[in-house]
Write a protein that binds this ligand. Structure first.
Ligand code: KG4
Ligand code: ZN
Length: 347
């Protein structure tokens, strides 16, 4: 089976995503977000997210089948996010996928959400050059990966030792009085700011840290530095220059993310690097990666911003690669795995 027709269901956080692919070709990508329901809480409320998935799942499935003009009986497999994520949210997608797998008598593939973020570029740019390096930056994870085989051989070179990059964006946005989620609003505010206005720290880049943490990240010191800077300005009665703080914070994040990603390419001898996860939608990260990759003669693969945040297409296309590689399906009784490691592609 070279061009499997795969349904992908994603429900790990606040987006209900349903995607359908044939091989690498994207036939449908329906996303229903509950983000508006979480804004007033300043972060995702798990119970609210689970209920929203329940309400959105069947309509999203119907819309996806209609958009793709596909009869569910034609499917070759059903892929679903098994983890990591919020357990109550994951369970909704898993239940839907299992019900379909049983009713239609199709194989079920419980897949890793994080690997999906890295795999989604295939719907735009085709098969992955393997091996390659990958920078995965989402709301809950920030890692540097060596992707030897997207369907089952991934090595984590390093990861954040505290906050994820997306988490830092969300927390700094709160300090600045900006809305949740912080990534897109800081990205926008930074556009008119001076990235050199304030010299914020670059975590784990000092010589003494590099021996043990060469490919690891740390954003909590940066987050604290931004809070202190803003607090001091307010105490001194100064106006907080939101655009400059946003731009300087963003520069610190993107500088470290890209510097270590390019170091990983050199270390691995990789000629290609993939960018994935919600923070990969960030305009500065995309530009800086492009510049630094080009300077090092490395090809950058980055999905369009709309495919960087959570969606069903990423699970569908990873499922398609897993099926094409002949990997065994998951058992029908697999559970949600909130802490599924990035090295485990299929549950
Ligand atoms: O991958 P994702 O959609 O969900 C998780 O798997 O966590 O990532 C969500 C994260 C949030 O923290 C959000 O603030 C961040 O991605 N994000 C961005 C941008 N768009 C979303 N961060 C920086 N710049 C953006 N343009
Ligand atoms: Zn995600």
């Amino acid at each position: 089976m070279s061009e499997p027709l795969i349904l992908g269901i994603e429900s790990s956080c606040d987006e209900t995503g349903v995607g359908i692919v044939r091989g690498h070709e994207l036939l449908a990508n329906e996303v229903a977000s509950s983000v508006e329901e979480h804004v007033r809480f300043g972060g995702v409320v798990p119970e609210v997210a689970s209920r929203a998935h329940l309400q959105a799942m069947v309509p999203a499935l119907r819309r996806a089948f209609a958009a793709a003009d596909v009869d569910p009986m034609q499917l070759d497999g059903i892929a679903v996010t098994a983890g990591p994520g919020l357990v109550g949210a994951l369970v909704v997608g898993l239940s839907a996928a299992k019900a379909l797998a049983v009713a239609l008598d199709k194989p079920l593939y419980g897949l890793n959400h994080l690997v999906g973020h890295v795999a989604v570029d295939m719907v735009e740019h085709g098969p992955l050059p393997q091996p390659c390096a990958a920078l995965l930056v989402s709301g809950g994870h920030s890692s540097l990966l060596a992707v030897r085989d997207i369907t089952g051989d991934i090595v984590e070179l390093g990861a954040t030792i505290d906050d994820a990059a997306g988490e830092a964006y969300d927390k700094v946005a709160r300090v600045l009085g900006l809305a949740y989620p912080g990534g897109p609003v800081i990205d926008k505010a930074a556009a008119t700011g001076d990235p050199k206005a304030i010299a914020f720290p670059r975590g784990l880049t000092a010589q003494k840290d590099m021996a043990k943490h060469r490919f690891d990240y740390s954003f909590s010191g940066l987050k604290t530095a931004v809070s202190r800077w803003v607090e001091t300005a307010r105490l001194e009665g100064r106006d907080v220059p939101i655009a400059d703080v946003a731009a300087s914070f963003q520069e610190a994040v993107c500088d470290v993310l890209t510097a270590k990603a390019m170091d990983a390419c050199g270390y691995l001898g990789a000629s290609d690097i993939l960018l994935g996860g919600g923070v990969a939608a960030n305009s500065r990260l995309r530009t800086l990666m492009e510049e630094r990759a080009a300077a090092q003669g490395v090809t950058l693969r980055r999905p369009r911003p709309g495919l960087c945040t959570d969606n069903g297409a990423m699970i569908a296309v990873l499922g398609s690669a897993v099926v094409a590689a002949g990997r065994a399906p998951s058992a029908l009784d697999i559970g949600a795995d909130p802490g599924m490691p990035v090295t485990q592609v299929v549950a």
